[in-house]
Write a protein that binds this ligand. Structure first.
Ligand SMILES: Cc1ncc(COP(=O)(O)O)c(C=O)c1O
Length: 357
C-alpha cells in the first residue's frame, strides 16, 4: 500500500452552510477519500476535494449492482471533541457485506484510519448541536468496464461526509403490504447492498402515496414475520417484554439496534430477539399490551411510530407511552454529545490526521 496523499480544497464551502437548517443527504463536505483495488491489493489511498467522477458506460457496478455501503456518524461534544460511534462495528459489517457480494474486504485498520483522517480534516463540518452530526458514508463499487455477469476484478472504496440534522422531524407511519417483500432467506437482506434499497423503492412509493412514511417489511416465506423498516430495525414494547425481530439472514444487523438492546438490558428491561408474527403484534395491540413501537438506525437514531396499517387494521400509538424509545434516544444522543459518560466505550475520539500505511 502506497502512502496516503492529501490534496486540500483551496477554499472551504463550510461557511456557506446553515447548520440550523440541514436537509438530510443534500450537502456534502469539502473532501472525499478514495482507494482502489487493483485485483490484488488496495492501492493509491487519497483524499482530495469532492468532485464529479468519470464512469465508463460498461462499468460493472452500473449494470450488475456490485455496490455496497455503510452509514455512520461523527459528532461534536459540548467540549469540542470529535467522536465516532462504534466505527469498528461498521468496518466489520462492511466486510461482511463485501464477502456476500463477492467483493474484496478492506483491512479494518485501514477502514478506520481512513475515517479518522477524513473526519479529522472535515471537523468544521460537524454541526455543533445535539441530535445533529456528520454522516459518514463509506462505499465500494465495481470498477471493471465489461459487459458480462461475473465478479469485477477491480473496485473503488470511497468515503464522503455530509452534515445532517434530525432524519425524521416527526413520528412515522408504517405500511405493511403483503404483496411485497424485501429479502428472502439465502438472499442478500443482511448485506448493505445497494440493490436492496433499489428493490424497496417501488413498495415505499406505494406506501407514500397512501400517506405512510415507510414500509414495515414482513418475511418472504410465511408472509407474516415482522422484519424491519426502510433503513431501520424495529422494536415492539409489550407490557412484559421488548421484542425486536431476530436477525437470521434477512434483516440488517443494525448497530443502533445492538446499542439499543445493550442500553435497555443494562437498565433492567427484558429484551428478546425472536421471531414475531404480525398476528401476534395485532393481538397484543387489541389487548392493550402493545405500548410503543420504534425504529432504530444511524440516520434516525430512534424514530417513534404513531401508526401501523395492515390491510384494514390500523394500530395507533400515543406519545404519552413513549418511554422506552425516549430512553434509548437520550442515552445515544447524550453519549454522542458528551453530556453522559460513555461507560461502554462506544465512542472513539478522532485524533489529528493519522498516516495510512
Ligand atoms: C435496511 C436497514 N436496516 C437497519 C438499519 C439500521 O442499521 P444501523 O443502526 O447500523 O444504522 C439500516 C441502516 O443502516 C438499514 O439500511
Amino acid at each position: 500500500m502506497k502512502d496516503l496523499t492529501i490534496r486540500l480544497a483551496e477554499e472551504s464551502r463550510v461557511s456557506k452552510v446553515d447548520f440550523t437548517n440541514l436537509p438530510f443527504g443534500k450537502i456534502i463536505s469539502d473532501h472525499m477519500f478514495e482507494m482502489d483495488f487493483d485485483g490484488k491489493n488496495w492501492v493509491n489511498p487519497r483524499i482530495s476535494p469532492v468532485t464529479h467522477m468519470q464512469i465508463h458506460p460498461m462499468n460493472m457496478a452500473l449494470h450488475y449492482g456490485q455496490s455496497i455501503f455503510e452509514g455512520m456518524k461523527a459528532s461534536r461534544t459540548k467540549d469540542g471533541a470529535t467522536l465516532l460511534f462504534r466505527p469498528e462495528l461498521h468496518a466489520k459489517r462492511m466486510n461482511a457485506s463485501a464477502r456476500r457480494m463477492c467483493m474484496p474486504e478492506i483491512p479494518e485498520d485501514i477502514f478506520i484510519k481512513a475515517i479518522h483522517t477524513l473526519v479529522g480534516i472535515e471537523q468544521d463540518w460537524i454541526p455543533p448541536y445535539e441530535g445533529s452530526a456528520l454522516y459518514i458514508r463509506p462505499f465500494m463499487f465495481a470498477t471493471d468496464d465489461m459487459i458480462g455477469v461475473k465478479p469485477s476484478d477491480t473496485f473503488r472504496f470511497m468515503i464522503i461526509c455530509l452534515p445532517v440534522g434530525p432524519y425524521y422531524p416527526r413520528p412515522i407511519k408504517l405500511w405493511i403490504d403483503p404483496n411485497y417483500t424485501r429479502a428472502a432467506m439465502g438472499g442478500v437482506g443482511e448485506a448493505k447492498a445497494a440493490g436492496n434499497y433499489a428493490a424497496a423503492m417501488y413498495p415505499t412509493k406505494l406506501a407514500r402515496e397512501k400517506g405512510f412514511d415507510q414500509v414495515l417489511w414482513i418475511d418472504a416465506r410465511f408472509n407474516k414475520l415482522v422484519q424491519e423498516v426502510g433503513t431501520m430495525n424495529i422494536f415492539f414494547v409489550f407490557d412484559n417484554e421488548i421484542v425486536t425481530p431476530a436477525t437470521l439472514g434477512t434483516i440488517l444487523k443494525g448497530i443502533t439496534r445492538q446499542t439499543a438492546i445493550e442500553i435497555l438490558r443494562e437498565k433492567g428491561y427484558v429484551v428478546n430477539e425472536r421471531e414475531l408474527t404480525i398476528d401476534a403484534v395485532i393481538d397484543k395491540y387489541h389487548k392493550g399490551e402493545l405500548l410503543e413501537v420504534f425504529g432504530t438506525g444511524t440516520a434516525a437514531v430512534v424514530a417513534n411510530v404513531d401508526e401501523i396499517r395492515f390491510n384494514d387494521i390500523s394500530m395507533t400509538f400515543q406519545e404519552s407511552n413513549w418511554k422506552v424509545s425516549n430512553t434509548v434516544r437520550d442515552v445515544i444522543n447524550c453519549v454522542r454529545f458528551g453530556t453522559m459518560p460513555d461507560q461502554q466505550g462506544w465512542t472513539v475520539q478522532v485524533k489529528e490526521p493519522v498516516e495510512i500505511s
